[in-house]
Ligand binder design. Structure first.
Ligand code: DUR
Length: 142
């Protein structure tokens, strides 16, 4: 995939998305911007729930917004949190990211100071469980 990654633009959009976060329980707003292979950018924020368990993270909301727009392949993801400490995606989100991003995809975190740290998806979720394993199991007779 040869999509050019405009990190500054992704950081700006992730920050703007965090401004829309609905986080009355944790007071921890999160914004995410993802770059699709189409070149379009999609964003998400965390949307909390009084049940707590009904909360959805910014990463999964960004991916859902992109999927409903017809996207299936992505080049990069940036998380923004308004604090010094750079925040990588939670475990559940890493699994959902692995559904649509390749292991070498950059997954980055940025903050209000403009710092940016990047990992590959494989660094965040080594030996990920992916749809390829399901495809393999259908070939085995039960
Ligand atoms: O990667 C993460 C980690 C946490 N959160 C949200 C969930 C919850 O609303 C708040 C505190 O965990 O931050 C995200 O959106 N993404």
């Amino acid at each position: 995939m040869n999509t050019t990654i405009d990190w500054a633009q992704l950081q700006l959009q992730a920050k703007a998305a965090s401004d829309q976060a609905y986080a009355p329980y944790s007071h921890f707003p999160v914004g995410v911007a993802i770059l699709a292979s189409s070149g379009r950018i999609y964003t998400g924020c965390n949307v909390e729930n009084a049940s707590y368990g009904g909360t959805t993270c910014a990463e999964r909301n960004a991916i859902a917004a992109a999927v409903v727009a017809g996207e299936r392949q992505f080049a990069a993801l940036v998380v923004y949190t308004p604090q010094d400490k750079l925040t990588p995606p939670c475990g559940i989100c890493r699994q959902v990211i692995a559904e649509f991003f390749t292991p070498d995809s950059p997954v980055a975190s940025c903050n209000h100071l403009g710092a940016l740290q990047s990992w590959t998806l494989a660094e965040l979720l080594p030996d990920a469980f992916t749809p390829t394993y399901l495809a393999a199991s259908t070939k085995v007779k039960s």
